[in-house]
Design a protein around this ligand. Sequence first.
Ligand code: UD1
Ligand code: MG
Length: 478
Amino acid sequence: MTGSQKLILDTPVDVVVMAAGKGTRMKSKLPKVLHRLAGRALLQHVVDTAATLKARQVTVITGHGATEVEAAVQGNSGATGQFYLNFVRQEPQLGTGHAVQQTVPVLRDDGIVVVLSGDVPLTQVDTLQQLIHVSGGDKLALLTIDFADPTGYGRIVRLGDVVQAIVEQKDATPAQRKITEVYSGIMAVPAKQLKAWLARLDNKNAQGEFYLTDIVKFAVADGVSVVAHKIQDAVQVAGVNSPVQLAELERAYQKRIAVALMEQGVRLADPARLDVRGQLNCEQDVSIDVNCVFEGEVNLGEGAQVGPNCYIKNASIAAWAVIHPFTHIEGGAPGSKNAVEVGAGALIGPFARLRPGAKLGAEVHIGNFVEVKNSTLAKGAKANHLAYLGDATVGERVNYGAGSITANYDGANKHRTVIEADVHVGSNCVLIAPITLGAGGTVGGGSTLNKDTPVQALTVARARQISIPNWKRPQKAK
Ligand code: UD1
Ligand code: MG
């Protein structure tokens, strides 16, 4: 990344995020900037981008649903976030210029201010670094783009090559409306000048609003250069105004992730049918079938295979493990004891469910309709059919029969089940915890156990089978 690091100036970067608007077209009670893209609030994407940009300070302008919006992003900054996050309120909302005016008391004069919108989630950090670079710390830099249909956007008006103004759609002359270069809503501007220009804004325009975009005229009048940094990628400046646009951007985001994974060597059965809502890390020769959803932090080891229709959250799957179709894995917080671990060469599913704290060793087999929670299974242990293991410690090579369950909950407390190495638990057993099954023992099918079992023994706890010879079934009365 040395190339992009060179673009960073010595001037501190302070980010301002406009997020006071209502978002009427979402037709939702949830404030627009809290709608989720790839599992994160739109505004969180923007704040995380600011974090990656190594902003000194991020100021979010809130209005509609302010309390909810502030609570949602507070203390939730990206992993790289080492900045000061603060909020200013804008009530009522009198336009983008009025919004940024609210930040004046908290903006320091020595910074360069990058203005972003809370509903434009997919701007890339290197684009913003380039924008900051072209601003040079003393110019007004506008991020622009050419749109075949520029309707609704502010137009970049130039004299020759030199930017003169941004004219909003509703204020534009027919000739100006033909301009296809539009303002993206993103700019980089020296704080000191910005403050002076904000003080000069008025609302004498078609919408009766204070337009942030009017500062371009003031810059020109003051002899400060205005530079346009034009990009090609519309996704980076696309805003979310409706559920349709949200879904479009979700797909655009997922495509980016899918392409990056494939470039790294991951085989995706269909890049259009993958959803990553967090961080998916893959070693060499991983393959992922269709319709898989990954959440939180998921690590897939070398050669790991994920079958179709799996949901995997906060889990580390070791090398050559196979996750068969329709498996549901839901680990707790990454790095915590509740994250799920699947050992090398393990076979999981189809239709398996691994819950928080499932720790499976190498070559463990978990079959269909088996649920594992807060349990450790050592190398080679198997639970192949219709079973529950909760709060259990399971030794190497244990075979846990179909339909068996750990009765781990007495209605008040959870208790532990210990199944030592090489135990065979028959089908349909109930192991009432706390209980320890001694190594090498066998438990007869259908047993309900509430006492520890000795090593190497056969333990059976069920009514003895009897047969009554020549039994006559009752006859129906005539
Ligand atoms: C704005 C630009 C326009 C640009 C377009 C790009 C102005 C005057 N115009 O237009 O040149 O092409 O973005 O999308 O800036 N907001 C507030 N408080 C307000 C008004 C808006 O916080 O009082 C927030 C909104 O929530 C939104 C952002 O500012 O996140 C942009 O506002 P919006 O109303 O979408 O501006 P546009 O009219 O689209
Ligand atoms: Mg808009």
